[in-house]
Design a binder for this molecule. Structure first.
Ligand code: ACO
Length: 401
């Protein structure tokens, strides 16, 4: 479906493929996508079925180990994760060093890098160690995320509560206060569970290929995952969910009409994009966006004050659907177009949205790192380039330049 002539220019024995639009860097058995048909499957299971029937931890197990767990396997996996949520107290101190206004994504990346310094036993490819690193990351990334959030507000952190479910514990650490019991809202818990399932993996996207690239040098799982957090933070990738809500808020606050905004997007000189639209792979629809849209509608309609931005988003989608600029370029809402609206209704500020995406994408990153590290055919990632600079010249002393 791509204009190959735009992307490929073969020069000698090197192929130039800007943005890797047509180049596979690995073989993988984790996620299948058919972008033209809007199909996404984890280990063969359609995303629609997983979003309806599964939970995030069950889907994580599937993504990581290749099969849906039996009840006993899921219970053991859940227990292993729930007993690893606690952070070393010294790690907690680190949060105080960051300015309050810090964006939570670099704070999270720093926290995950720091986890590797506390790793016991030392990182290795031995199976027991790999399992332990997997549990620790799955358990401690939500704790780091909640601590970063609390720190940005200047509020005290809460220790994890092992007796709670994965999502409930994270919500309590994010929104609970020490002096009061935290009230669990089942609708919010299930909505977050589904959103995390939808983000669990997406084959060789920018952050996952980053995790694989860093891991291909032999860098450990924590450091590779922290690099994935950095890649995810960009507005063209995971950072889009924050950018969408800011775009909608700005339209609401300035009273800019949908027609004027769409015109601005179409005028390339403005440099304005319709954030949350377009995808490298999906060229008809993003199946995740359709699921998120249904949830957004159900949740936001029940919560007064939140449906105004939803109506604006729906109006933008409607305007784009009947506009040649978007249809010719096959630009449709991606997963990030509606997620921010739900996260906002849950009470998260916009700079936490990409952190929530990170928690969701974690099993995918770990699964890819493990798949690659255990594959004897793996080689260090090392793309080629087409050199366009001066071929050769002689050094000129500074007084003669
Ligand atoms: N708004 C306006 N125009 C767009 C948009 C958009 N959101 N997305 C793409 N286009 C235009 C491009 O300007 C280009 O036009 P041209 O052919 O006239 O030059 C054409 O559509 C093709 O776009 P590319 O940028 O070449 O597509 P690519 O596959 O490289 O990029 C991407 C995909 C990064 C997702 C892009 O569509 C984009 O920037 N979208 C907005 C950011 C966003 O929502 N990112 C989240 C992606 S999903 C995820 O990471 C979870």
């Amino acid at each position: 479906g791509y204009d190959v002539s735009k992307l490929l220019a073969t020069t000698g024995d090197v192929t130039l493929d800007v943005g890797f639009g047509n180049t596979a860097a690995c073989r993988s058995a984790i996620t299948y996508i058919d972008g033209d048909a809007g199909i996404l499957r984890y280990r063969g299971y359609p995303i629609e079925q997983l979003a309806e029937h599964s939970t995030f931890l069950e889907t994580s197990y599937l993504v990581l180990y290749g099969e849906l767990p039996t009840a006993a396997q899921l219970a053991e996996f859940t227990e292993r994760i729930s007993t690893h949520h606690l952070l070393d107290e010294r790690l907690k101190e680190m949060f105080r060093l960051f300015p309050r206004r810090s964006h939570p994504m670099p704070v999270l990346a720093a926290g995950i890098n720091a986890l590797s310094t506390f790793a016991m036993p030392p990182v290795s490819l031995e199976e027991k160690t790999l399992e332990q690193q997997t549990y620790r990351l799955m358990a401690q990334v939500p704790t780091l995320a909640a601590y970063g959030y609390k720190n940005s507000l200047g509020l005290p952190t809460l220790y994890p509560d092992e007796s709670l479910g994965y999502i409930e514990n994270f919500l309590r650490m994010s929104f609970g206060v020490p002096s009061r019991p935290y009230e669990i809202d089942d609708t919010i818990v299930r909505a977050l569970d589904v959103l995390l399932i939808l983000h669990a993996d997406h084959e060789q996207n920018c952050s996952t290929s980053t995790v694989r690239m860093v891991g291909s040098s032999g860098a450990n799982l924590y450091l590779s995952v922290a690099a994935g957090v950095s890649a995810l933070s960009g507005p063209l990738h995971g950072g889009a969910n924050q950018a969408v809500i800011e775009m909608l808020q700005q339209m609401r606050d300035t009273g800019e009409s949908v027609a004027t905004f769409v015109q601005k997007v179409k005028d390339k000189k403005s440099g304005v994009k319709l954030m949350g639209f377009g995808h490298r792979i999906y060229k008809n629809f993003d199946p995740r966006a359709q699921i998120v849209k249904r949830h957004a509608d159900a949740i936001l309609r029940e919560r007064p004050g939140h449906d105004e931005l939803l109506d604006l988003a729906l109006a933008l989608e409607e305007a784009a659907r009947s506009d040649d600029y978007f249809t010719e370029r096959k630009l449709y809402p991606n997963v990030d177009f509606y997620t921010g609206l739900i996260y906002q209704a849950m009470g998260f500020p916009s700079n936490m949205f990409t952190v929530l995406f990170t928690i969701g994408r974690l099993p995918g990153w770990i699964a890819h790192w493990r798949e690659q590290s255990l594959d004897p055919a793996t080689k260090i990632g090392r793309p080629r380039q087409v050199y366009t600079g001066v071929v050769q010249r002689d050094y000129v002393p500074s007084d003669q330049r």
